[in-house]
Design a protein. Sequence first.
Length: 319
Amino acid sequence: MGRDLSFDFIKGVLIILVVLGHVIQGLYGIDNPDVWENLLFTIIYTFHMPLFIFISGYFFNHSLKYSFFLLLKKKFLRLIVPSFVWSSLILIIWWTCYDDTRTLYKIYVIYKTYWYLICIFLLSVIFYFYMKHKWLRFILVFCYALSIMYYNYIPWPIFKDCQLIRQSLIFFLGVLYMKNFNKVNIFVKKNLCAVLVVDVILIFLIRLFWGINLMSYPPTIRIFDGIICSLFAFLLLKAVYMKCRNSFWCIGLIKCGEKSLSIYLIHVVFFRAWVYNQWHLDYQLIWVVLLSLILVTFSYLMSLALARILRKKSYLIGV
């Protein structure tokens, strides 16, 4: 079976939304809580990273053919090594801007900049054991249930900062989707309208009872909301792809999707340089569009250039 380009299309849309979200955050101010009042920002953050995690879970199934140590090596090279290298570059930028704040905590914060990569690495290890060893499943499910029940008492490092607990369930749903690909697709095709209507009702009810600020949601609601919003976005983007897959703009999004990890790694460095140097611009939609377009285009072109230069070490840009 050939490569399913619909996933590249979806990843292309998602990575553009990631850049958009960062640009909006940069225009508001990196630590400004008012950004959560921005409707576009809030919509993006309901589903963009959970859907990336879902897709990672879907493709994780291919990793089960490897031995554990080979899986560990592959994931470490493709996820942890680039995370460390690009975070180190961000740290250097930080030091050039803030000479007097070289605290251990800030170093930790910078090295979890690429939390998504750390999260996928850890989830891949956990679910490798889950899928390979049935006797471990009850223990892992029990530990996960406990982590949800006592979420507020769990230390921030890894489990919260890298969203390991919040993203575990949607990663698992991606694994299940791959395992039951044909059955799920047949069901969805027959009941697409009903699934979307139920999804929209659930999204509406959550906002009716808990509001639109995601940061105020309890952990269980935040997890559930991420799943249903991601499901809605996934089905919608799949439908859009099927209608427009031969169009010029669709092909462009597929190209971005193929380089989504590289764009993610590269654009964050420039985003952080902008934030750390405190280059101020007032929030306007035109700035959001222009800066996002520049970041995506430049990061994409830079990923192509670095892939040629690095060749066998192209795993440093997630290739």
